[in-house]
Design a protein around this ligand. Structure first.
Ligand code: KG4
Ligand code: ZN
Length: 334
């Protein structure tokens, strides 16, 4: 089957054409238009600006991926579009466009949960999904440990009680004057820093499977205020933030392995693009003898190929498209 994926939940507008043949997925064409520059001077995503930018970019991106894949709209088997969670205006642009396009081309439109799309990113690395799959899901707004038993059957083992790891990185970047988004900027600086210079807390590392990062956020603010605030302090604090987050995320993931014995372990979401986290997870998984899949970096951050992949998985599992659905800014995974 051939599916068009559409993603507009936050600040990336994305479209992709993904083909499935005997369970193997192939990305025929993909485009991501980042809005980072539009939002950077505000230090975060401005919802109204995001919606308008999606509206301008999406039709061009869809045309571009269809042209590149060499297919017409009516040759699509389905359109998969992010239903939520996300910014309501941004989601409405994607879902309205998908519906209008689907109606004109007579192609069914399937709503996809944004986090479920992140979970199925390994398929885009040519890996088959083996259940139960344990995923450390670390995106901009979510930090959770999820066990997937089947398409649409997810069990949340633990999640953050306050801020997400990604929010902590974005906050740290704002404090250090690095702008938005924080993750890549912190990672760049951290390479030249000494993580031991600042002693940052590891909230809840040794307790349960839930996360908490608000205390770490506060500690970062205080550490910076008490520092020399020079270039070296920036690098050292960035390294300390990265080390603290990685330490907690890896410890929790390893604890989850005491509760479930998964057929595969996965890290997904934007923060899973972090090299230090990827290295630490790979070492820890190897020590435990668990097979780990790390999707390529471009399929960790928001993209439409993962949305198409999730749509394909649902279709192949025989899950019906709901008769009545709408964009849903708050949408539970499990
Ligand atoms: O999954 P994602 O692209 O969007 C959401 O669904 O939220 O995740 C965005 C988050 C942001 O907090 C961003 O700072 C972080 O992922 N991020 C990274 C890296 N690239 C993006 N964090 C650490 N290292 C990176 N290389
Ligand atoms: Zn995401």
């Amino acid at each position: 089957m051939i599916v068009l994926g559409v993603e507009t939940s936050c600040d990336e507008t994305a479209a992709a054409i993904v083909a499935e043949h005997e369970g193997k997925l192939r990305v025929l064409a993909e485009r991501v238009a980042s809005q980072v520059e539009l939002h950077a001077r505000f230090g975060g995503v401005v919802p109204e600006i995001a919606s308008r930018a999606h509206l301008e970019a999406l039709p061009h991106l869809v045309k571009a991926v269809l042209d590149e894949a060499g297919i017409g709209g009516s040759e699509l088997d389905e359109i998969a579009v992010t239903q939520g969670p996300g910014l309501v205006g941004a989601l409405l642009v994607g879902t309205s466009f998908a519906r209008a396009f689907g109606a004109a081309a007579r192609v069914p439109v399937r709503p996809v949960h944004h986090l479920e799309a992140h979970l199925f990113a390994p398929l885009l690395a040519g890996k088959a999904i083996r259940y139960p799959m344990l995923t450390l899901l670390v995106s901009g707004g979510h930090t959770m440990l999820v066990v997937t038993h089947a398409p649409g059957e997810h069990e949340v083992l633990g999640q953050t009680l306050d801020d997400a790891a990604g929010e902590c990185l974005d906050k740290a970047a704002r404090v250090l004057g690095l702008g938005y988004p924080g993750g890549p900027a912190i990672a760049r600086l951290a390479k030249e820093g000494d993580p031991a210079r600042f002693a940052l807390p590891r909230p809840m590392r040794d307790k349960g499977l839930d996360f908490s990062f608000s205390g770490l956020k506060t500690a970062i603010v205080h550490a910076w205020a008490a520092s020399a605030k020079d270039e070296q302090a920036k690098k050292d604090l960035a390294a300390a933030v990265e080390a603290a987050l990685v330490d907690v995320l890896v410890a929790k993931t390893m604890r989850a392995l005491e509760v479930v014995r998964p057929a595969m372990l996965v890290a997904a979401g934007g923060v899973a693009a972090n090299e230090r986290l990827r290295r630490a997870l790979a070492e820890a998984a190897q020590a435990k003898g668990v097979s780990l899949v790390l999707p390529p970096l471009r399929y960790c951050t928001d993209n439409a190929a993962m949305v198409a992949a999730a749509g394909i998985v649902r279709a192949r599992a025989g899950l019906a498209i709901p008769a009545d659905w709408d964009a849903a800014p708050r949408l539970a995974l499990a």
